[in-house]
Ligand binder design. Structure first.
Ligand code: SAM
Length: 393
């Protein structure tokens, strides 16, 4: 595939030269060098903490009814978020007992196969330098794209989501992979009480922006403006409330891994639609103007707030985190190929727009030139597509 071996992760102080063999990493603690990235790591802040007593998590889970071997049911808030309609999800779930998750997706939703199963999905977890002792929580786990790799790299994982169908799918994945160190919990992240001081790691991957919304969301319909319920309260404050809760659930020196789109992704200035609402210019406009645009175009408020590098750092400090390390990510955090410590020299950047679909269209060529100018020549990382933040309690 065209993306093999082209990604780069570089971490500052000290930074070693790029290893040219993809998928090899000599650092201890790296059991799973991701074959889709080249490494230039030299040193990780491994925590090496003792494991949380398994009882803590088991006691917490014992308050919820158990639906199936790994799945617990927190209170049902009616929350639903999926790329699939309820009917499509029902069809997918009905296949789970009779065929593998891969076959079920291939039979019903082949277009989502890559986003669910690609090893690239979890590539950025390698930034954490996990040592296998960690107890992790994957908040908003959906189809388990990060949950499953996390369960292979840590001692134990709790994966939480509001969408029961997604949890059933993820549980089936865990069973297929013989993973008995992962539990799933249906719950609404705004209301659900998380256990205090329990986790070494919390993963919030593509989730923070959705926290202020309450409508059952089927992504395509949401783009066109569902008219029913919508969230209440200032979206930024709702997000802070959630982040504070995550902070409280972490042990001393526990870490949050957060990935989100950059509000000032250069493409947003070129009129590419906001990836959450489908409206143009809403991410870069002041919030009040984004609200006006959203109300005119979609008859609902603009609530899926995303941030700039500076503002996500501020929000994380406001939520109580002591240190925040930021990384710029290309082409996006979902399937990262190049991750760069924010502010360090972006030496290894290579434009990647035209490689994404393998075709060299006029649009892709222009995007490539623009990326070369912005990120290679001028090194304006504040316009990178995605942000990864690793924040310590
Ligand atoms: C864009 S998906 C990200 C999925 C996953 N983290 C990944 O990277 O593949 C957002 C997920 O967050 C979940 N989510 C959003 N808001 C939530 C809430 N208030 N409570 C529970 N889950 C929520 C949705 O159900 C959905 O599965």
């Amino acid at each position: 595939m065209s993306y093999l071996g082209v990604g780069t992760i570089s971490v500052p102080s000290p930074v070693s030269s790029v290893t040219t063999l993809p998928g090899t990493c000599s650092k201890p603690g790296f059991k799973l060098g991701n074959p889709y990235l080249r490494w230039s790591f030299d040193g990780h802040p491994n925590l090496g903490q003792p494991m949380t007593e398994p009882d803590d998590l088991d006691q917490y889970l014992a308050q919820f009814p158990r639906e199936s071997p790994h799945l617990y049911l927190g209170p049902d808030s009616g929350g639903y978020w999926s790329n699939l309609s309820k009917q499509q999800n029902a069809e997918l779930v009905s296949l789970l007992g009779t065929c593998s998750t891969r076959d079920a997706i291939a039979a019903t939703q082949p277009q989502h196969s890559e986003v669910i199963f690609s090893p690239k999905r979890a590539a950025a977890l390698e930034l954490l330098g996990l040592d296998g002792s960690e107890v992790a929580v994957d908040l908003g786990c959906m189809w388990g794209a990060l949950t499953i790799p996390l369960a292979k790299q840590t001692a134990r994982v709790l994966a939480v989501d509001q969408t029961l169908e997604s949890l059933k799918f993820s549980e089936a994945r865990a069973i297929e992979e013989d993973l008995d160190n992962v539990n799933f919990l249906r719950g609404n992240l705004r209301d659900l009480a998380l256990p205090a001081s329990t986790f070494d790691l919390a993963v919030v991957n593509g989730v923070l922006e959705w926290i202020p919304e309450v409508d059952p969301i089927v992504v395509d319909d949401y783009w066109h403006g569902a008219k029913e319920r919508q969230g209440a309260g200032d979206p930024g404050e709702v997000q802070i409330g959630f982040l504070r809760k995550v902070h409280a659930s972490l042990r001393q020196a526990g870490r949050l891994f957060l990935a989100i789109e950059n509000r000032y992704d250069y493409k947003m200035f070129c009129g590419v639609p906001d990836p959450h609402t489908g409206t143009r210019f809403t991410t870069i406009a002041p919030r009040w103007l984004a609200n006006v645009i959203s109300k005119v175009r979609r008859r609902r408020e603009y609530r899926t707030w995303i941030y700039s590098f500076a503002d996500i750092r501020k929000q994380l400090h406001r939520a109580g985190f002591s240190t925040v390390s930021l990384y710029a990510c290309w082409p996006d955090y979902r399937q990262p190929e190049h991750i760069q410590p924010y502010g360090a020299k972006n030496e290894h950047f290579r434009p990647m727009s035209s490689r994404r679909d393998g075709r060299r269209t006029f649009k892709a060529t222009v995007a490539n030139r623009l990326e070369w100018l912005l990120f290679k020549k001028l090194d304006i990382q504040s316009l990178a597509p995605s942000i990864i933040a690793i924040a310590e309690k």
